[in-house]
Design a protein around this ligand. Structure first.
Ligand SMILES: *[C@@H]1O[C@H](CO)[C@@H](O)[C@H](O)[C@H]1NC(C)=O
Length: 491
């Protein structure tokens, strides 16, 4: 009895749930408490798995399972989902220590991703060689800055900032240094984690980052004529690991005409990555939950949760490098959502040209109409839009800022639930939903992808980058400077 009385209700819900897609409906579906629920889950996944959701760690696998539980288990009737595996070089610093000239254990210190190991357990003991500071060009970023600086057999003391850290460490190695102490470029105890870049792994010296205060006190003592001997210990585990992208698209819509939305699912090793990029991942998940309710799609909507972004955009570049020309042609527009809930948000909408603005204007108009001070900002080179730009696919997206004041917990342990501006993430997700819905219904104004670009580029360029990493991985094999087994969950 109960069953038969419930049945018509079920059908009624089914029927209304299958109503026509409109941007208004998607906008109304996006609710702050639902985004909160997703981020609560991602934060808990990190907490239950050693504190992060990073590439190669169990918290990433658990994040994958969380997305799949919705995309496949709950929404499988309306979404086609596949997991795209790829392998890349992975590094974890199991132990890092810096012993100062007076035998003291220096703290706080930090490692950097793709650090290279010293002998263990003894580390490297050597004289500290001071190097000049140049905050304009960047300290020790160029070969000429090393002329007349003797670091042979010594540990180079170098200030962070301006150029890629790997550039400094490569020059240190070329000039005969045996390790480096990097002086943080801002005062205080927060040392922001960074990646040295997997492709630089064979060419750098081991490095430890010390605070500005520690570094400058040592510089003063050296300047006063003291000889300081320090010890650097880096126990780095490096090996090839498999990781994954999740790609999920609406069953409805023209397969030859796709609007794509991407966010990266991995965090840095330093923390749970709730804003970076739990915020974008949650937005996509809630949008999927909305889109799957509707019909009347002219174009397909494809969601991507990228893997190993923090290691160098590896998942999205792999995806791009695997697309045939025909498959790339079908992706008409790409939206990137990486960090859209910064606590003191700025509202940058990516667009470098008119083609980008066809999508970007949908975002910026909505944000501005709703009181956000949104503006067009250029693309950089540090999120997953790179692969799509290299393919000439018109792209846009939202970015609310990294580092203080926008996000003072950027790449830190404190990138947790307290680090989200709920109004911003809600507004941005609604903007993203409206834009995707508009494009699901009509993309006639989107120009075709630009196939001839000045870039060495597109598929070949990306495949080359990816091959370079794969080759590094082959050369390195499994290189672990420590004899004990790494228990990754406790690192
Ligand atoms: C992640 O899952 C894959 C597939 O089940 C497994 O091979 C791998 O060891 C897991 N990685 C971690 C770090 O748990």
């Amino acid at each position: 009895m109960k069953f038969s009385t419930l049945l018509p209700l079920g059908l009624a819900i089914g029927a209304s749930a299958n109503s026509e897609l409109t941007p208004d409906k998607v906008e109304a579906d996006i609710q702050t408490d639902k985004l909160q629920n997703v981020l609560w889950n991602l934060n808990k996944i990190a907490r239950d798995n050693g504190g992060n959701r990073a590439f190669g760690f169990p918290g990433y696998n658990a994040s994958i399972d969380f997305i799949l539980e919705r995309a496949v288990t709950r929404f499988g009737k309306h979404m086609d989902t596949y997991v795209q595996p790829f392998t890349a070089l992975w590094e974890s610093t199991l132990e890092i220590a810096l012993t100062g000239p007076d035998g003291e254990s220096v703290s706080p210190i930090s490692t950097l991703l793709y650090n290279t190991g010293t002998p263990v357990p003894d580390g490297i003991t050597a004289v500290l060689a001071d190097t000049p500071i140049d905050d304009t060009r960047g300290s020790m970023c160029f070969a000429d800055q090393w002329e007349g600086v003797d670091v042979e057999g010594k540990i180079a003391l170098i200030k962070r900032g301006t150029c890629a850290i790997a550039d400094k460490l490569k020059l240190a190695k070329l000039n005969g240094a045996v390790a480096a102490v990097l002086i943080n470029n801002v005062p205080g105890n927060n040392i922001i984690m960074a990646t040295l870049g997997v492709e630089n792994y064979p060419d750098i010296v081991p490095v430890v980052v010390a605070t500005y205060e520690t570094g400058y006190s040592w510089k003063e003592r050296i300047a006063a004529g003291e000889t300081l001997e320090v010890n650097v210990l880096v126990d780095a585990l490096v090996e090839e690991r498999e990781t994954y992208n999740i790609i999920s698209e609406t069953k409805e819509g023209d397969p030859n005409s796709v609007v794509m939305l991407g966010a990266h699912l991995d965090s840095v090793q330093a923390g749970p990555g709730v804003n970076d990029d739990g915020s974008g991942s949650a937005a996509l998940l809630e949008l999927m939950g909305s889109f799957k309710k509707y019909k009347g799609f002219k174009n397909k909507v494809r969601f991507a949760w990228w893997g190993a972004e923090e290691s160098g955009l590896l998942g999205s570049l792999y995806y791009g490098s695997q697309l045939s020309e025909e498959e790339a042609d079908k992706i008409k527009f790409y939206f990137n959502y990486d960090m859209i809930g910064s606590i003191a948000p700025s509202y940058a909408v990516y667009a470098d040209n008119e083609a980008h603005q066809v999508g970007g204007s949908l975002l910026i108009d909505y944000l501005q109409a709703n009181g956000a001070d949104a503006y067009y900002g250029g693309f950089g080179s540090d999120s997953d839009y790179v692969a799509f730009l290299e393919l000439g696919i018109p792209s846009s997206g939202i970015f609310t800022g990294a580092g203080a004041p926008e996000d003072p917990c950027y790449h830190l342990l404190c990138d947790n639930l307290e680090n989200i501006n709920w109004e911003a993430i809600t507004l941005n997700t609604k903007a993203a939903g409206r834009a995707a819905a508009e494009f699901a219904l009509n993309m006639d104004n989107v120009p075709p992808r630009v196939k001839a670009s000045p870039n060495p580029r597109s598929k070949r360029g990306m495949a080359k980058r990816f091959d370079a990493w794969a080759n590094v991985a082959k050369v390195v094999g499994k290189k672990h400077s420590c004899s004990r087994d790494g228990d990754l969950a406790t690192v």
